[in-house]
Design a protein around this ligand. Sequence first.
Ligand code: UDP
Length: 474
Amino acid sequence: MDKVTLPPHVLIFPLPLQGPVNSMFKLAELLCLSGFHITFLVTDHIHTRLLKYSNIQSRCDIYPRFRLETISDGLPEDHPRSGSGLIELFESLKTNKILFKDLLTSGKLNSDSRRPVTCIIANGTLGYTCDVANELGIPILFVRTISACCLWVFFRLPKLIESGELPFSVNDLDTPIKSVLGMERFLRRRDLPTFCRSGNLSDPSLKLYLHESKEIPRAPGLIINSFDDLEGPILSQIRTFCPNLYTVGPLHSHLKYKLSGELSSSFTSSSSLWNEDSSCITWLDSQPPNSVLYISFGSHAVMTKEQYTELWYGLVNSGSHFLWAIRPDSLTSDSIEIPPELSKDIDERGYIVEWAPQEEVLAHNAVGGFLTHSGWNSTLESVIEGVPMICWPVFLDQHVNSRFVGEVWKLGLDMKDTCDRIIIEKTVRELMDSRKHEFRTSADQMAKLAKQCLMPGGSSYCNLERLIKDIQAM
Ligand code: UDP
């Protein structure tokens, strides 16, 4: 094939965390299906884990135009890269600008049958990718894999500071926040990203996200893993900063739909960084419909011993059956111990794994609720399956997401800033029992809208088509 007639070559560079890797891998597959050459760039640390736990290698065999490429994140191999270590990871990633440029100019990404990179799609947190793209004359689009509602809060951080709403002291977290347009009716201090609670404008996370909100509009387009019926009013606000938005989510279902022609429950690709324990699916098969509460705090949240203890008691006292994914590194100290007097009840009613095939779990008809840390991927995975949520956010964007789940979309209950077995018991009973019809009805309605947006003519379907055309024209 003549070089000019070769298909576009897109380099996709996600943040090296489970959530962004999952959703950007689905985007990579979607673009591969449209015939593009894809280079999926991951850090060495992520690469090792993907090869060990996911089926990404076999996806490369299915798509001959798909390649994995690696880059260093600058941290030693034994760095935890989770919890409080995340900010160090973000800081360290900035130092690989030169490596990134070298990779693009080395010639190793192209060949006679593969054009040099014609478009970069990078996570918006990696702002330096835009400098490199501009220096080399390669078009770039940014992606944000958090919710539009949290992204909009990031964009409004300068206004929060200007108006004096930031910084604040944590004494009164119920004070309403007025500087985030479109959220004046319901946003409180406690719903802001957690770094806003530091009371200090030189907090490193605050500085990072202030900077990011200035970087993102530099790219001529922004891809968001969300859909218009969920976040329409907030997306309109974001368009005042980034007019060219591609809302193409929920990406994981978008891919499933494209692969099967219909939204089916066949699970095709995994980009898991942990060993998925599928024995929980066999356990779910033996449970009555809508009876199980699934619990997971995502890939990098860590919790205190007190939080674990209150959760054990609250769960057992609620009488609900539950499936709990407990990452071994998810406790701030010591090891995770089940209180001995609860072990009989837990054996009878619960099932525990270290890492679950979450999309499959949420699609299982035995699952009636999801106790989640409100990470954005988990939220979308729950939304499209119509599973109501109990939100117990841990940090960052999760506090904004949980407010939207509870107060705006009415898809569940927000339990943020509590740590009490009685509240947990009461909240589980409400979601799984006394108010279950109310939450199921609203969750079913939202799931229907989510699925419609992926059908021909739906907003995410059309936005993906537009994205593909725009990349072809680059
Ligand atoms: N996940 C999983 N198994 C688990 C827990 C989480 O496969 O036991 C996946 C989940 O499906 C989601 C991702 O890990 O795609 C977590 O991303 P999210 O944005 O929800 O949270 P984060 O890990 O970034 O805090």
